[in-house]
Ligand binder design. Structure first.
Ligand SMILES: Nc1ncnc2c1ncn2[C@@H]1O[C@H](COP(=O)(O)OP(=O)(O)OP(=O)(O)O)[C@@H](O)[C@H]1O
Length: 555
């Protein structure tokens, strides 16, 4: 119930549109029911008049029928317009809300999620929440408004007919939907979880296509995707079956109510307490009134799926970011030496310390090489400096200002990163460079490429700066991708450089080109260089061996 309440609260921002949609939906349902009832009465009355029965004045009912038909058509059009507009507004609001919750979690708190699963939450799960408004909230609230009005009108003509209709509507609008919701709870949850798993499996398949092909594991990964797909299809099929059974049951209740109303009212016709046309009208009113509750079984069947999607969204939205910005942040420092004093870091309660009592000082413009075995905490240290991770004890300062007193954005604005893996977007070299400085001129881009020792190679490409780098930069060599990262760092012109294995995986020739570019880049910048390559380590003034410290300044 608390998840449902939170979902309703998310609608709050669009409550005017929401209420307009509900109001229009209720009006359309009532107009439709009245149209059918009145038409039945009119046809029956006209038929009786044609057979010598009482004469009727037909202008008024004929005009009312036309009016109701117009109201129904225009109302339905407006209802679609308003509810769909409200849905798009809601989707925009939800996606922005979710993104603002998601962003501070990256990267530390999102590492536990598979990227495909996250994508599924951002896209498909949010779409499921949209269903909550269109398929659950609007028809449910419209039924709550229209049903009492319908009951009051019928009770005015015949309390017994009203009683039958209300019992029928309670069965079709409450009991059947609740049953559908109960039955749909499990397959709905399964369908959402399987959808996330399938997206993640497919993302793994496409990303790791080359490796899977080489290791002859493509068939097994595809079989895995197919297995998940089949399971998801099974859950969807069960849900569709429940929805269909709900509709059938609702229809059955409507038909039974009609028969019951006829059984109750036909004897009254003899006593002339109800005319023949009145009976036709009552029967059709009762039958048409079930249109109000018709969408509810399918909607409630979808509730399990919707709530499972909501829980997946709330799980991310409620996660606490790894670092919090201070309430009163300090201004960016003017000096850029880095001091670490007694730093201890672990990834969670009960987890071992990754870094323990670590101390060093890198003077402004100096370069500290960092070495250590795999798992020693080199990347974790860089992530602390980027304010991606909070540490347990000790002090970290940039230019004498404690890291915790600065906003994450400020800290990251002071740092440029060149890592082993450069994220390249599947677009032109120009766009990939503009990430670092969106308003850079062509001359600045060329200068950055020159400093990164990449200008001649880009000029030799037929498309030059407009060359598309391909998915994950696959049209470029590893060395070229690394030098794009260096060109980005040049464009960013940040005073602190964090280099994480910048020459790893490169051949001797590419390594030399990257090292020359790095030497230029590091001039006048404070650098922390994580590497185990002897060539790269020569760039460092001092070396810190995580585990064994030597050559570092005293804290
Ligand atoms: N998100 C995380 N949650 C829990 N433990 C983590 C997380 N990230 C890293 N670790 C652990 O922290 C330790 C240090 O990892 P880190 O990646 O910093 O080491 P590293 O020295 O950079 O290793 P490598 O040279 O292999 O990249 C490892 O034991 C690793 O398993």
């Amino acid at each position: 119930m608390s998840d449902m309440w939170r979902l309703l609260k998310l609608l709050r921002g669009e409550w005017r549109w929401g209420l307009a949609g509900v109001g229009l939906s209720a009006v359309v349902s009532l107009a439709n029911t009245a149209l059918l009832g009145l038409s039945g009465w009119f046809i029956a009355a006209m038929a009786l008049a044609g057979h010598g029965g009482p004469m009727i004045e037909y202008f008024t009912p004929a005009a009312a029928i036309r009016g109701l038909a117009i109201l129904r058509t225009v109302g339905r059009y407006l209802e679609r317009l308003v509810t769909h507009d409200a849905t798009f507004r809601l989707l925009t609001r939800l996606r922005v809300w979710f993104y603002t919750r998601l962003e501070p979690l990256a990267p530390a708190r999102l590492q536990q999620y598979r990227s495909g699963d996250l994508l599924s939450r951002i896209r498909a799960d949010i779409d499921s929440l949209e269903t909550f408004y269109l398929r659950v909230f609007v028809p449910g609230a419209a039924a709550l408004i229209a049903t009492p009005l319908m009951g009051a009108f019928l009770a005015w003509i015949s309390p017994r007919v009203a009683g039958v209709d209300m019992v029928g509507l309670a069965l079709a609008g409450v009991a059947v939907p609740l049953l559908a919701q109960r039955l749909g709870h499990r397959p709905g949850g399964e369908a959402v979880a399987l959808r996330g798993r399938l997206t993640a499996d497919i993302a793994d398949l496409t990303r790791g296509f080359a490796e899977l092909t080489v290791d002859q594991a493509l068939a097994s990964q595809m079989a895995r995707c197919e297995e998940t797909g089949v399971a998801q299809l099974g859950a969807q099929r069960r849900l569709a079956g429940i929805g269909a059974a709900g509709s059938v049951l609702g229809g059955l209740v409507a038909q039974l109510s009609l028969w019951l109303v006829l059984l109750l009212t036909l004897p009254l016709a003899d006593g002339e307490r109800l005319s023949g046309p009145d009976i036709a009208m009552l029967g059709l009113l009762v039958l048409a009134s079930f249109e109000i509750t018709a969408p509810l079984p399918a909607a409630f069947k979808a509730l399990g799926e919707i709530m499972a999607a909501a829980r997946r969204i709330f799980e991310i939205a409620d996660a606490v970011p790894a670092t919090r910005d201070p309430a009163r942040p300090e201004a960016a420092p003017r000096r850029f030496d880095v001091r670490v004093d007694g730093l201890t870091l672990r990834y969670g309660e009960g987890q071992p310390n990754v870094l323990e009592h670590l101390s060093f000082h890198v003077p402004q413009g100096g370069c500290l090489g960092i070495v250590g075995p795999s798992g020693a905490g080199k990347t974790s240290l860089l992530n602390v400096l980027l304010r991606f991770l909070e540490f347990q004890s000790g002090a970290v300062e940039i230019g004498g200002v404690p890291l915790g007193a600065l906003e994450g954005e400020t800290v990251r604005g002071l740092c440029a990163v060149v890592a082993q893996r450069t994220h390249l977007f599947n677009t032109s070299i120009r766009e990939n460079l503009l990430v670092a400085r969106p308003n850079a001129t062509d001359a600045e881009l060329h200068e950055a490429l020159r400093q990164a020792a990449l200008l001649n190679e880009v000029r030799a490409m037929p498309e030059g700066l407009e060359t598309i780098v391909g998915e994950g930069g696959r049209n470029l060599s590893g060395g070229q991708a690394r030098r794009i990262a260096i060109a980005r760092a040049v464009l960013k012109d940040a005073p602190i450089l964090l280099l994480d294995e910048p020459t790893e995986g490169l051949d001797a020739h590419s390594e030399q080109a990257v090292l020359e570019a790095l030497t230029r880049l590091m001039r006048h910048r404070t650098t922390l260089l994580v590497t185990h390559r002897p060539q790269a380590l020569r760039l460092a003034d001092k070396v810190l061996n995580l585990g064994v410290c030597y050559g570092t300044s005293p804290p």
